[in-house]
Each structure stands twice: as C-alpha cells, then as structure tokens.
Ligand binder design. Structure first.
Ligand code: ZN
Length: 86
C-alpha cells in the first residue's frame, strides 16, 4: 500500500521533481579510496535510481569499494564509500 510520500510526483507537481537521468543530476563525483586514500573521479548513473548500492574498484589500488549513492530531488548526490572486505 503506497503512503503517498514518494510516489505522487507524477500527479502532483508542486515540487516539480526532476527526472533522474535527463542530464540534471550529477554524473561524476570525487571520492577518496578507503584503502589507499587516493582521490578517484568516478562516473555515476542517475538513471539507475535515486538510491544505489554497488561495488566499484579503486582506479589506483584496485581494491573493491562498497558504494552507496543517494540522489536528492535537486539532482545533488551523496556518495558513501566503504571498504568492502573489512
Ligand atoms: Zn585505492
């Protein structure tokens, strides 16, 4: 049963929520590797949803990170990176 908080944007445009994946949302971010500490510029895929969780390998030391990506309704993104094997 829907509570109407998240799924009413198609009929109620008060906030005029942007469609993720149309180029409005951020598609790149910089994160620091939890293993080697190096900054990595990584690509994001807004079209995959407003909340994502996946594995990304460090471009410097190749260790796998656990990525948590969350888009806000204004297209800004929040990314958390964790060491996946600790
Ligand atoms: Zn690294």
């Amino acid at each position: 049963m829907a509570d109407g908080v998240d799924d009413d944007w198609t009929e109620d445009d008060l906030d005029d929520e942007f469609p993720l994946g149309d180029g409005t949302a951020e598609t790149e971010t910089i994160v620091n590797c939890p293993y080697c500490g190096e900054a990595n510029e990584i690509s994001l895929d807004p079209g995959s949803g407003s909340e994502q969780e996946y594995i990304e390998d460090c471009q410097v030391c190749c260790h796998p990170w656990l990525m948590y990506v969350k888009y806000a309704s204004d297209g800004s993104v929040e990314v958390d990176v964790y060491a996946s094997d600790s």
